[in-house]
Design a protein around this ligand. Structure first.
Ligand SMILES: *Cc1c(COP(=O)(O)O)cnc(C)c1O
Length: 219
């Protein structure tokens, strides 16, 4: 099942688009199946859960943090992840920078955009994004490589389109601003029910859980 799902999704993705398996709540055995089927990037929402799979699987895959990261977990996070997709404050970026400096690493990050401007959601609101990017770009051990957004939850993927559009426009504005030290390469948008719309709107990283592994029992 997992193998078949991965194969189908990979066949459907246009060239240049990468698949991130959103692996929250999944077992190591399930994740290994996905890797055997050709998956190369595993996304986790919690540092502790990522640590468990990382210890069992190791650098055979790339590891992305896709959940909200607390500054006090930065040290552990930088020892596991190849990319942190959810940087949304200078405080967090500084904690990542410091933890990376200690182990001589440079961490690729995406800036998470709260494209729906929802009070309960993580991410920086669009109008504050450029200024946050400028500040973070000055940190030596953190490398901004693009943007990530969730968008408001809705059963209808078309409802996500304007939020994906808004995030892509922001991506292009930041790219044109040409801040030194950053490289706008990745636009991470779209989940199981919305990745087709996200691809239309320019996503080149899609984060998919349910369509790979099946329904989750809990979140
Ligand atoms: C769970 C999750 C996904 C994938 O969700 P599905 O609907 O299961 O595909 C994508 N991104 C983030 C940040 C998630 O937490």
């Amino acid at each position: 099942m997992i193998e078949e799902n991965i194969k189908n999704i990979l066949e459907e993705l246009p060239p240049g688009v990468q698949l991130v398996a959103a692996a929250k709540t999944r077992t190591v055995a399930e994740i290994l199946k996905a890797i055997q089927a050709g998956l190369t990037i595993i996304g986790h929402n919690y540092v502790q859960e990522a640590e468990r799979s990382f210890e069992a699987i190791g650098p055979e895959a790339k590891w992305h943090m896709i959940g909200h990261l607390q500054s006090n977990k930065a040290k552990k996070a930088v020892s596991i992840f190849d990319m942190i997709e959810t940087v949304d404050s200078l405080k967090l970026a500084k904690a990542i920078d410091k933890a990376c400096r200690n182990i001589n690493k440079s961490m690729p990050v995406l800036i998470e955009i709260n494209s729906g401007e929802e009070a309960q959601k993580a991410g920086v609101i669009p109008e504050d994004a450029v200024s946050l990017v400028r500040q973070i770009s000055e940190l030596e051990n953190v490398r901004i490589m693009g943007l990530m957004t969730m968008g408001p939850f809705s059963g209808d993927p078309e409802h996500a389109r304007p939020y994906f559009q808004k995030t892509r426009e922001l991506f292009e504005n930041i790219e044109q601003a040409n801040f030194p030290g950053i490289m706008m390469k990745y636009l991470s948008m779209g989940m199981s029910n919305s990745y087709r719309v996200a691809l239309d709107e320019g996503a080149n990283l899609v984060r998919i859980g349910t369509r790979i592994f099946g329904e989750r029992d809990y979140d």
